[in-house]
Ligand binder design. Structure first.
Ligand SMILES: *Cc1c(COP(=O)(O)O)cnc(C)c1O
Length: 382
């Protein structure tokens, strides 16, 4: 059975997830071959072929790249996928391989908290960095003359959404490339390349792998020249995934649809429960019908993620709430099978209120989780 072409496009998403990237069956071999630990490969004669040196290629990456590509761009054989050591390695590889001194880039002002550090580094190399908010398609206002538009939708941690098709059309009209950070949605929630983007980039550390035990990143794209530059960047900085991490990621993708469907349905239920609480303000979840982002989200997303954000009245109240939770660990990151939550301002980076909480909904029973959250809200009241 081959999964790459028409069959993959037609298959249901659960089917595609469990089979993604599997090689043709070989008698007495496991369905998903184990990690290949190799710094180099036997290479008599000419230095050509698929596997030469471990910083450039690895068979375990090849299968994972195939799997991610089948989910991000089902049925397309013009899309290339590259895996990286982390989401930041993937993001930096796109930005630093595509931009030159004198170029302008548009970043979100409310994106992942490490983006401003990347922006400062780009500026140090003579690249003009412009920022604008994700919500209200704010980045449209600063596109003129830009070489690259970087979108993060839904944004982390504010969960704003922009109209990706509209921004892509405006950017392409002006000759700019578009990259979308697809971390929060996962490829089962959103397929940026189908919405017109040139790159879909993500941290696989979050819901894609979902167990909080792997750092990983990837870049998918259909522009062969642009992808060759990204590959070259991976080679020169060596931002490569270890074979064990790549294999764990591939194994985890088999349950992606199960995890995403469970976690996202529970996230909606948690958001609905929080909605009824008077001490909760600024509640955001793109799947809530009255969320400000819901209308656009529904046009471009098929699932709305496992992250809910909201604000409690004070820092102290938020800290007491986090402490009172029993099933939700106070930890950063998101998308894992065990629920986590944190007071985001403790990092200092995000422009959010002191009582702002980002909660990542895991795979626990929804009733258990919701009663834990409601109990912790009661117990943390002044
Ligand atoms: C976590 C995250 C990243 C960075 O990923 P790492 O794997 O931690 O390097 C990038 N973008 C978003 C939206 C994230 O949530």
């Amino acid at each position: 059975m081959s999964d790459g072409g028409e069959g993959a496009r037609r298959a249901g998403e659960g089917t595609r997830a469990v089979r993604a990237g599997l090689p043709e069956p070989v008698k007495y071999e496991p369905p998903l071959p184990g990690p290949v630990f190799a710094a180099h490969f036997h290479l008599p004669g000419e230095a050509t072929g698929p596997y030469l040196y471990g910083r450039d290629e690895n068979p375990t990456w090849t299968l994972l790249e195939q799997a991610v590509g089948e989910l991000e761009a089902p049925g397309r054989d013009d899309v290339e996928t590259l895996v990286f050591a982390s989401g930041m390695a993937a993001i930096s590889s796109v930005l630093f391989s595509q931009l030159r001194a004198g170029d302008a880039v548009v970043l979100p002002s409310d994106g992942y908290q490490v983006l401003p550090l990347v922006g400062a580094q780009l500026e140090a190399y003579g690249i003009e960095v412009r920022t604008a908010p994700t919500g209200g398609d704010g980045q449209l206002e600063v596109l003129e003359g830009a070489r690259l538009l970087w979108i993060e939708s839904p944004s982390n941690p504010g969960l704003d959404v922009c109209d990706i098709r509209r921004l892509v059309a405006a950017a392409h009209e002006r000759g700019a490339l578009v990259a979308v950070d697809n971390t929060l949605a996962t490829p089962l929630g959103q397929r940026p390349l189908e919405l017109g983007a040139d790159f879909s980039v993500a941290s696989g550390t979050k819901q894609l792998t979902g167990h909080g035990d792997v750092l990983l990143g990837y870049v998918c794209g259909h522009n062969a020249g642009a992808m060759a530059a990204v590959r070259r960047w991976r080679k020169i900085v060596g931002a490569i995934s270890g074979p064990m991490e790549a294999w764990l990621a591939h194994r985890s993708i088999a349950t992606l649809q199960l995890r995403v469907d469970r976690q996202n349905a529970t996230a909606l239920a948690v958001a609905e429960a929080l909605h009824r609480r008077p001490e909760v303000s600024g509640l955001r979840y793109p799947g809530l019908p009255d969320d400000p982002a819901h209308k656009i989200a529904a046009q471009q997303m098929r699932r709305y993620g496992s992250v809910v954000s909201f604000t409690l009245p004070t820092r102290v109240r938020a800290e007491r709430f986090l402490e009172a939770l029993r099933l939700v660990e106070d930890a950063t990151s998101f998308g894992g099978v065990r629920s986590t939550a944190e007071r985001r301002r403790r990092w200092g980076g995000d422009d959010v209120p002191e009582g702002f909480i980002r909660m990542s909904v895991g795979a626990e029973d929804p009733e258990d989780l919701i009663s834990d959250v409601l109990r912790a809200l009661d117990e943390s009241a002044e």
